[in-house]
Design a protein around this ligand. Structure first.
Ligand SMILES: [Ca+2]
Length: 192
């Protein structure tokens, strides 16, 4: 059978589609609602400044304001967080993410620190421990007003790890430090 021009073009189109599908699959973001684009709802009528959204579990005792912000790097909205809680308190966690032990992943996000100090990390839920390579403290003093900064961390999980989560915490350094920041495009992708 001889290929004519249109058949050749069809084969090329199919091959391009296959490459694109493979590329998208490799970049699947494991963080549910990592870009904070899903709907937000009020937790309680008494505290309209505290909202919640799918994919994330907030501790309402550990933040003063939580909700969407139009200042973003991806999509329509970002997360805005304000907290004056005690040091090291975790104010927001992603839902648990099933993973393959022994595999390598990339954790990335965009952050604008407006006030205070905060900690962002990935937690090994199976071991109940922070994954050291992903732990980072962020200081508002390192940011120009309105400046978003990008961070990424590559880490390999222990063979025993079955689940992880993203953990957002108050400053580990100062009691009652006021922290305010914007966060967007939180991603965890498997690399191997
Ligand atoms: Ca977004």
């Amino acid at each position: 059978m001889k290929y004519n021009g249109s058949m050749l073009a069809l084969v090329v189109v199919l091959l391009v589609c296959m490459v694109q599908v493979v590329g998208v699959a490799a970049e699947t973001n494991l963080v549910v609602n990592g870009s904070f684009e899903e709907e937000w709802t009020v937790v309680s009528a008494d505290t309209p400044e505290k909202l919640r959204t799918v994919g994330w579990t907030a501790n309402v005792l550990h933040h003063d304001e939580l909700g969407p912000a139009p200042d973003k790097v991806d999509g329509r909205s970002a997360l805005r967080m304000v907290s004056t809680t005690r040091r090291n308190a975790q104010f927001l966690n992603s839902v648990s993410i099933a993973v393959d032990g022994g595999k390598t992943y990339k954790f990335s996000y965009w952050l604008y620190m407006k006030d205070g100090i905060t900690s962002i990390a990935v937690v090994n839920n199976t071991a109940g421990a922070f994954i050291r390579e992903t732990q980072m403290r962020h200081f508002a003093d390192d940011y120009m007003p309105g400046e978003w900064q990008y961070f990424e961390f590559v880490f390999t999980l222990p063979e025993t790890c079955e689940a992880i989560r993203v953990s957002l915490s108050q400053s580990p350094l100062t009691e009652n430090e006021r922290t305010e920041y914007y966060l967007d495009d939180v991603r965890i992708v498997q690399l191997d």
